[in-house]
Design a protein around this ligand. Structure first.
Ligand code: NAD
Length: 286
């Protein structure tokens, strides 16, 4: 039997804890604040940003969406980031990707104060993740949310073979680091991996983050494995589907996340959780 991991339910629990934490902080005179900067009119990005803003406001946070035209220059964007770096009301800064081609994305990441880097993409924070630094620092929200989901379903990565497919800075690489820090034996597979499906079949925990609809089917899954589908893809009919063929995975996987309703809700809940933590660490030194 395959257990379907209910990402919405786990996200709800995370959001409830965040809301309670926001109330406590507000009583102490600190309202966590997030600034989301969006450059241009990419429709999917507009939806993501709107959802983030709505959730932050609902949880009692100070939330700003800064919409900039697609013609914004690198210098203009860096100057706006500098303003938010200096703004005491803002604890988390997020620059929504994709960015127009005149903008140098790595430089934008570097410009954000690491203490306000709510996405956890700044090399200082990535370095802390790789070294498994013992203090506080933000971690990329999608892989961190996946770790929360695994814990909620009592999946302990220690000693397991985890295969992560996809090596992006946003998902795959930090996911591999988190699983390594949690004592899994990790294989990081990608587009140049030879015999990807054979590698996938060796996974006790399989995380798929490629952006290729239904790349992995039931035949590529070890019976009883935990399967985390990060993909948000469109099939031929325009329907939202994952990187894993959910139907054929049924009865093979031990646990699996659906798309939608799996990783997606956890990412946004974890983003809110991280914003509150940044406020606590910076304003209260906790
Ligand atoms: P990306 O394009 O930056 O990286 C994709 C990775 O997949 C690359 O490392 C590449 O090597 C690998 N890859 C591509 N084709 C492959 C193949 N045929 N075999 C094996 N590996 C292959 O993508 P990303 O930003 O990591 O996003 C991946 C997917 O996850 C997308 O569908 C994206 O929409 C989704 N996503 C979802 C969330 C969420 O919250 N649910 C968050 C981030 C990304």
């Amino acid at each position: 039997m395959t257990t379907i991991i209910d990402g919405k339910q786990v996200a709800k629990q995370v959001n409830q804890a965040t809301q309670a934490e926001v109330s406590k902080l507000v009583e102490r005179g600190v309202q966590p604040g997030i600034a989301v900067i969006i450059v241009g009119e990419d429709p999917a990005s507009q939806i993501y940003v709107r959802n983030k803003n709505r959730k932050a406001t609902k949880l009692g946070m100070h939330s700003i969406v800064r919409q900039l035209p697609a013609t914004t220059t690198q210098a203009e964007l860096l100057s706006i980031i500098a303003d938010y770096n200096a703004d005491d009301k803002i604890h988390g800064i997020l620059v929504q990707s994709p960015l127009p081609k005149q903008i140098n994305e790595p430089l934008v990441t570097l410009a954000i104060d690491p203490n306000k880097d709510v996405d956890g993409f700044h090399p200082t924070n990535v370095g802390k993740l790789i070294t498994n630094y013992a203090g506080h620092y933000p971690i990329a929200n999608t892989p961190r949310g996946i770790m929360t989901m695994l814990a909620a379903y009592d999946v302990d990565p220690a000693g397991k073979h985890a295969v992560v497919i996809g090596r992006s800075t946003i998902v795959g690489k930090p996911m591999a680091a988190l699983l390594t820090n949690a004592n899994a034996t990790v294989t990081l597979a990608h587009s140049k991996t030879v015999d990807l499906k054979a590698v996938a079949r060796t996974a006790d925990i399989l995380v798929v983050a490629t952006g290729i609809a239904h790349l992995i089917t039931g035949a590529d899954i070890k019976p009883g494995a935990t399967v985390i589908d990060v993909g948000m893809d469109r099939d031929a009919n325009g329907k939202l589907v994952g990187d894993v063929d959910f139907e054929s995975a049924q009865g093979v996987a031990g646990l699996i996340t659906p798309v939608p309703g799996g990783v997606g809700p956890m990412t946004i809940a974890t983003l809110m959780q991280t914003t509150v933590e940044l406020a606590k660490w910076s304003d209260l030194g906790e």
